[in-house]
Design a protein around this ligand. Sequence first.
Ligand SMILES: CC(C)(COP(=O)(O)OP(=O)(O)OC[C@H]1O[C@@H](n2cnc3c(N)ncnc32)[C@H](O)[C@@H]1OP(=O)(O)O)[C@@H](O)C(=O)NCCC(=O)NCCS
Length: 189
Amino acid sequence: MYPITRHSSRLALRELTIDDVDAVHAIYGSPEATEHMSFTPRSRGQVDLIVARWIASASATPREEYALAATARHSGEPIGCVRLANDPHQPSAATFGFALRPDAWGVGYGREVVRLICDLAFTELGLHRLWAARSPHNIASERTLLAAGLTEEGRIRAHVHVRGAWRDSITYSILREEWESGQADASTA
Ligand SMILES: CC(C)(COP(=O)(O)OP(=O)(O)OC[C@H]1O[C@@H](n2cnc3c(N)ncnc32)[C@H](O)[C@@H]1OP(=O)(O)O)[C@@H](O)C(=O)NCCC(=O)NCCS
């Protein structure tokens, strides 16, 4: 499915372009933004290659990966990036990651971005289950995933090798029926 566009009241998701390299580097190159992520800060050259790979993945058939820019809806300014990838062995399921520029934190965009990813997964892609994993130390991610309506599932031991050591992950998921009932609750509130 291409191109993807989704929007909420303040934000939008759209396909990445090569012009987004600086915006992605503002996140992937930032020690603050990557503190709890599964990699150390990336150079501009590394981000160039990552964005080029993401753009190429958008035209694969079938499309298995959706790497998108999150933008401020009215200015169009990129404030973050998200990536949803189909589970290779589980039909209709996918995992996702999300990250915002540090100067966009703290005003509810994180929760809004995760809700947009759920909307993409369940409304547009017709998925059944969506899940995400965070570092046990990433409290901002924990609060954001719970605030967006996901449920904590458990711990994957020694899931990620980062900064010279194995690290556990805490996982969260949301099912299609949970998303749909949350939407119904919101519309009748
Ligand atoms: C995780 C991230 C997207 C949160 O974005 P945000 O826009 O600041 O989050 P929101 O403003 O929507 O806040 C959502 C909830 O998290 C809480 N929260 C956000 N940052 C927090 C922090 N540093 N410490 C504790 N709670 C925090 C908010 O208070 C809110 O909780 P509430 O609903 O109980 O009030 C952002 O911190 C980020 O991009 N971090 C770096 C990348 C990353 O860790 N991504 C997740 C990978 S799993």
